[in-house]
Design a protein around this ligand. Structure first.
Ligand SMILES: [Zn+2]
Length: 78
């Protein structure tokens, strides 16, 4: 198995994708769902494609998960 595939499997196993596309990647506040692809933060003005935002948020969550090495931290955050 390639390293990349292993990374992807880890991501799928450890990161809960719930709500990742509805949180601002910059300030963490809740994004308004305007039922389109583009999400906008009313607090800081951050604007982005929901898929991109979800990706960024997943990446952040994944990094935090790796750093703390804990699923317990993830569970508490839900
Ligand atoms: Zn924001």
């Amino acid at each position: 198995m390639s390293y990349e595939a292993l990374e992807r499997r880890l991501l799928v196993s450890y990161v809960n994708p719930m709500n990742t596309s509805s949180k601002c990647s910059r300030c963490g506040s809740r994004l308004k769902d305007n039922s389109g692809r583009i999400m906008r933060c009313s607090r800081c003005g951050f604007t982005g494609d929901r898929a991109v935002i979800a990706c960024i948020n997943l990446f952040h969550r994944y990094l935090r998960c790796r750093v703390l090495g804990g699923a317990s931290e993830l569970l508490q955050a839900q």
